[in-house]
Design a protein. Sequence first.
Length: 159
Amino acid sequence: MAMAKRYVENWDKVRQEYIGLFLWGNLDSGKTYMAAAIANAVLEQEKKVLMTDFARISNLSKFDADEYVKSLDSYSLLVIDDLGAEQDSEFALQNIGNVINRRWISGKPLIVTTNIDLANIKNVKEQELMFARISDRILDMCRPIHVETVVLMSKAEGK
């Protein structure tokens, strides 16, 4: 969480250098929580932020896909949750590839979360060429951060 705090505190530099984050780790480790905390803190700076997930992007219809992808340029920060949970079809991967490529072209930060191990992301098999292109672009734009379990305590616990 200290890294997330630094990311937000240095937002102007992050934005100028379009530094993204690739948050990976086990199920229930707190990746989505951390990404949402960053998104909320950037929103508090009165910046435009969108948090969505890969399943939604992969389910876009061919009639809505182009307009949706173009609309993402208006957001200072885009957070996409759960890489690997999308539909495994060529059209779904094409939608995701278009979103990631458009974000890369726009020069604006991107945060991606996934349960997929970083080594597996880097070593995608050749038969998964489209996914390999997507993951290469994400890793080009985002700094990989391994998220270990984030322990959250309520105020009721007194800590």
